[in-house]
Design a protein around this ligand. Structure first.
Ligand SMILES: *Cc1c(COP(=O)(O)O)cnc(C)c1O
Length: 459
C-alpha cells in the first residue's frame, strides 16, 4: 500500500482553545454587531479569519529569535536575511518593512503618480488601496475563468495576455510605472499563476518596456502548484522553481506574515540598484533605517529561517493537502466551493449556498455569522461588504463573486479540526432554507468599511 503524505513536524507546545455554547455565541455575535472583526479571539473555537501572521513558528525559528542582533545599523540578522533573499530569490538588494502594505507604501511612493495605470491579476485590497489613494488606477487583467467558481482551470490566477497588451497599447509607457503579478492570486481565491504565464507576461512587459513585480506573499504555495500542475516542473525542487520564477521579474513586495511563516514583517526586493536607491529614501522616512525598516533584528532572523522552511516540499505538500482535505470533505456534504481548491483557504460560494438571498443583503456575511453561531468557526466575507461603495456615486459595488473565505493558518490546526469545520458547514447548509433574510448595515465607515461595519438582522 502506498504510504500517505505526512506532516513533517510534530507538536512541542500547545495553546488551549476556549470552548463555548451556541447560546454564548448567539449573544456574542449580536453584541459584535454581526461583524467577525469585533469578536474576541477567546470567543472563537477555530479561527480561520486569516492565514496572515497566524502561523506557528518552528523550533529553529524560535532559536533564530534568540540569536537576533538588535544593532541599529548593519545587524548580522539583516545580513543573514539579505543572504537568504539573494540565494532563494536571486535579488541582490532588499529593504525590510514592518509588513506587506508597508512594502507597497514605500515602493509606490517612489513610483506612482496621479493618473497612472497599474495592471495586474486582481490586486489585493491593500495594494489597490495604495494605488487608488495616489489617484492611480488598478486594472484587472485576470483571465475570465477566475470569475467562474465552477471552472476547473488549473491556473486561475493567470493574466489574460490580450487584456494586458490592450492596456500596454492604450496608454503611453510613462503612464504604466509597474505591472504586478500576485502569486498566488489572493483575491481570486488563492489561485496560482503558471510559469508559462509568468514567462509570457514577462516577455510582453519587456517588449513594452514596463517594470514587472510580484506581490509575492504566497510565492512558495504558487511554486508548489507549478510543480504539481505544470508538466516540465514535476522533477524540480521547490527552491529551483522559486529561483526560476523570480528570474522573470524586476522585483517583489512581500508580506512575510504569509509564506515566510512569521507573525509580522515584510520587504521589497530589487534587481535594479537605482530603483532600490529611490525606494530606500521612503523606507527611511516611513519604516526605519535600511538595515531594519520596521523590524526587530530577531524578527529578521526568524524570517530568514521561515523563508527556507516554507520552500521545502514536505511542508508545502502537507499545507496544501490540508486545505484540499477541508475542501473535499465540505464538497462531499454538497457545499458549493470555489474550484480548484486554492493554496491557503477554501472559498464558499454564497450565491450558490443562499441563492434566495440577494447580494444587497450580504449572503456571504450571513453565512459567516451562521457558521460562527453553529460551531465557533470564524471565517470572513469576501463579497459585497468588502467591495465597499463606489467612491463617487456611493452606491454599493456588487462583485462577481460573493464568497465566504476560510483561511487556514500555517502549521496550527490538524485534520480533526478541519473535519469539525466541514461538519459545521454541513449543518448550516442543511438549514439554509430556514434563512429567509440577510443582514443590513446600521453604521459604516467611509472607507474599508468591512473592518468596523455594524450590522443587524433584517426582520
Ligand atoms: C496580506 C497581503 C498583502 C498585505 O500584507 P500585510 O502584511 O497584511 O500588510 C499584500 N498582498 C497580498 C497578496 C496579501 O495576501
Amino acid at each position: 500500500m502506498k504510504l500517505p503524505y505526512i506532516k513533517p513536524y510534530k507538536t512541542k507546545m500547545v495553546e488551549n482553545i476556549t470552548t463555548s455554547t451556541k447560546t454564548d455565541r448567539e449573544k456574542w455575535i449580536k453584541e459584535a454587531y454581526y461583524n467577525m472583526f469585533n469578536l474576541r479571539s477567546d470567543q472563537v473555537i477555530i479561527d480561520l479569519l486569516t492565514d496572515s501572521g497566524t502561523g506557528a513558528m518552528s523550533d529553529n525559528q524560535w532559536a533564530e529569535m534568540m540569536k537576533g542582533d538588535e544593532s541599529y545599523a548593519g545587524s548580522t540578522s539583516f545580513l543573514k536575511l539579505r543572504q537568504t533573499i539573494r540565494d532563494l530569490l536571486g535579488f541582490h538588494s532588499f529593504l525590510p518593512t514592518h509588513q506587506g502594505r508597508a512594502a507597497e507604501n514605500i515602493l509606490f511612493s517612489a513610483l506612482l503618480k496621479e493618473g497612472d495605470i497599474v495592471p495586474g491579476n486582481s490586486h489585493f485590497d491593500t495594494t489597490k488601496g495604495h494605488i487608488e489613494m495616489r489617484k492611480a488606477n488598478a486594472v484587472d487583467c485576470t483571465i475570465d475563468e477566475a470569475f467562474d467558481t465552477e471552472s476547473t482551470h488549473p491556473f486561475k490566477g493567470n493574466l489574460d495576455l490580450n487584456k494586458l497588451e490592450n492596456v500596454y497599447k492604450k496608454y503611453p509607457k510613462e503612464k504604466i510605472p509597474i505591472t504586478i503579478i500576485t502569486i498566488t492570486c489572493n483575491s481570486s481565491g488563492g489561485q496560482p499563476v503558471s510559469m508559462q504565464n509568468i514567462k509570457d507576461v514577462s516577455k510582453l512587459s519587456k517588449k513594452y518596456g514596463i517594470t514587472l513585480f510580484y506581490d509575492a506573499a504566497r510565492f512558495a504555495e504558487n511554486a508548489y502548484f507549478i510543480k504539481e500542475r505544470e508538466d516540465n516542473y514535476k522533477d524540480k525542487t521547490i527552491k529551483e522553481i522559486v529561483k526560476e520564477m523570480f528570474t522573470y521579474v524586476d522585483g517583489c513586495t512581500m508580506s512575510s506574515k504569509k509564506d515566510a511563516i512569521v507573525n509580522m514583517g515584510g520587504f521589497v526586493a530589487f534587481r535594479d540598484r537605482p530603483l532600490y536607491e529611490k525606494v530606500a529614501n521612503f523606507d527611511i522616512i516611513y519604516e526605519g533605517f535600511v538595515t531594519y525598516g520596521g523590524m526587530a533584528g530577531r524578527d529578521m532572523a526568524a524570517l530568514a529561517q521561515g523563508l527556507d522552511e516554507a520552500t521545502e516540499y514536505g511542508y508545502l505538500q502537507s499545507r496544501v493537502k490540508q486545505i484540499e482535505y477541508l475542501g473535499e470533505t465540505s464538497q462531499s456534504y454538497g457545499i458549493p466551493i470555489q474550484t480548484p481548491i486554492g493554496g491557503h483557504a477554501i472559498f464558499v460560494d454564497a450565491k450558490r449556498f443562499y441563492p434566495h438571498i440577494p447580494q444587497s443583503e450580504f449572503p456571504a456575511q450571513l453565512l459567516a455569522v451562521e457558521l460562527y453561531k453553529e460551531a465557533g468557526v470564524r471565517g470572513v466575507e469576501i463579497g459585497t461588504l468588502l467591495a465597499d461603495r463606489n467612491p463617487i456615486t456611493r452606491e454599493n459595488r456588487y462583485p462577481k463573486l460573493e464568497l465566504m473565505r476560510l483561511a487556514v493558518p500555517r502549521r496550527v490546526y490538524n485534520n480533526n479540526q478541519m473535519k469539525y469545520v466541514a461538519v459545521a458547514l454541513k449543518n448550516v447548509f442543511d438549514r439554509r432554507n430556514e434563512m429567509k433574510k440577510g443582514l443590513k448595515i446600521i453604521w459604516e465607515a467611509d472607507i474599508m468599511r468591512h473592518f468596523t461595519v455594524k450590522l443587524d438582522k433584517i426582520n
